[in-house]
Design a protein. Structure first.
Ligand SMILES: [Fe+2]
Length: 372
């Protein structure tokens, strides 16, 4: 047996850990750019906490970029330009998956000449980036741990992963308090994304004893707290367990990759503009049914761990019924007639190669039909 583990610089986890931002980033320099999402980060007070902590440490936040829609190459180009003009020492991403992925790609491509879409097309480059600091305010994407950004590529009209081992955050601050104001629907679908990360990592072709231990812990944390966090956003124990579960799931899947649910989810997100977590919530049970032919023992182990009697996929289907998110692809905005594009993009995804069961075009169509 042989495996390599890759973890980010350091992660500070805990309630109010955001206050430690300044003292832990001063070593990266005195000038930074901040990438955030919508208004909620200001309304929750998190933005003030971030700026106060930076200014106490003598760090200037020179500009703030708001990334509010799904992450794309133009946003990354704009942040790269902002960082260049301001001669920034590092870039902070604070918010959900979008600001984190945009900040990560902009920090990683700092110092490069070409536009971001060129690097999606696998143009080789020598890394000259600046540190990326990650502050998630949702519990799901795991972008604070992973070494890639998932970006919409206008050339191929698909979501593509821009990856580099150097992209991993030099510092992540996972403060569950920042998630307290997240609405129930976002809590549900970002949480289901995290659960999909954990379960797909657990059955990955390259899962190893360390990643599997992490994935088991993540499944336990997420499945025991997601419904509580959705029902009551002020349940601080559930919020903490979700933040921890999401982070641990990312520690697992950043070692192993994910699987067929993610491979199908990315094209559907690009074509129909459906949030990534909604798609994974709908696709996960069908992906489990599909893979159970080869990894039923692993699903049984997870069910046993959770004290679930019966089928893991049925249990998850029932769990989603209690959440305020679309229950099937049609409800989420899927329309028939784009199958050719979906198949083309699905088979470009690296996630398929880590899936425990070989996937054919007919299999993808069958999974989609089950979810419509
Ligand atoms: Fe995901």
């Amino acid at each position: 047996m042989e495996f390599t583990l890759k973890f980010p610089g350091s992660i500070i986890f805990g309630e109010n850990s955001i206050e430690k931002l300044g003292e832990n980033t001063v070593k990266f320099g005195e000038k930074c750019i901040l990438v955030t999402g919508g208004k909620s980060i200001k309304e929750s007070g998190a933005l003030d906490n971030i700026l106060n902590s930076l200014s106490k440490a003598g760090i200037d936040c020179l500009d703030i970029y708001r990334a509010t829609t799904e992450p794309d190459c133009d946003m990354v180009d704009e942040v790269r330009e902002m960082a260049k003009v301001n001669d920034a020492d590092f870039i902070i991403g604070a918010g959900g998956g979008t600001p984190l992925d945009v900040a990560k790609a902009a920090a990683g491509l700092y110092g490069q000449e070409l536009s971001t879409s060129d690097y999606l097309n696998k143009t080789p480059y020598e890394y000259k980036g600046i540190p990326f600091i990650a502050i998630p305010t949702t519990s799901g994407t795991g972008s604070e741990i992973t070494n890639n950004s998932v970006l919409y590529n206008p050339v191929t009209k698909n979501k593509v992963s821009l990856a580099n081992p150097e992209f991993q955050a030099k510092l992540g601050i996972v403060d569950p308090v920042l998630t307290y104001n997240m609405p129930a629907s976002i809590t549900a679908y970002t949480g289901m994304d995290a659960l999909t990360h954990a379960i797909e990592s657990y059955t990955s072709m390259i899962a190893n004893p360390v990643s599997m231990t992490l994935a088991e812990k993540a499944v336990e944390l997420i499945m025991s707290s997601i419904e509580k966090a959705v029902a009551d956003g002020k349940d601080t124990v559930a919020r903490r367990d979700m933040a921890l579960g999401s982070m641990v799931a990312a520690l697992a899947f950043s070692q192993t990759g994910v699987g067929v649910a993610h491979a199908i989810s990315h094209p559907l997100g690009a074509i129909f503009n459906i949030p990534h977590g909604v798609l994974n919530a709908i696709l996960l049970p069908a992906a489990i049914d599909f893979n159970s032919q080869v990894v039923q023992d692993r699903y049984d182990r997870l069910a046993e761990l959770m004290g679930i009697e019966g089928n893991l996929s049925e249990y998850i289907r029932n769990m989603i019924k209690n959440m305020s998110i679309p229950q099937n692809l049609t409800e989420a905005g899927y329309e028939r007639g784009r199958e050719k594009e979906i198949l083309e993009m699905t088979f470009q995804s690296r996630s398929l190669y880590r899936n425990p069961r070989k996937v054919s075009e007919e299999d993808v169509i069958e999974i989609l039909e089950k979810c419509i």
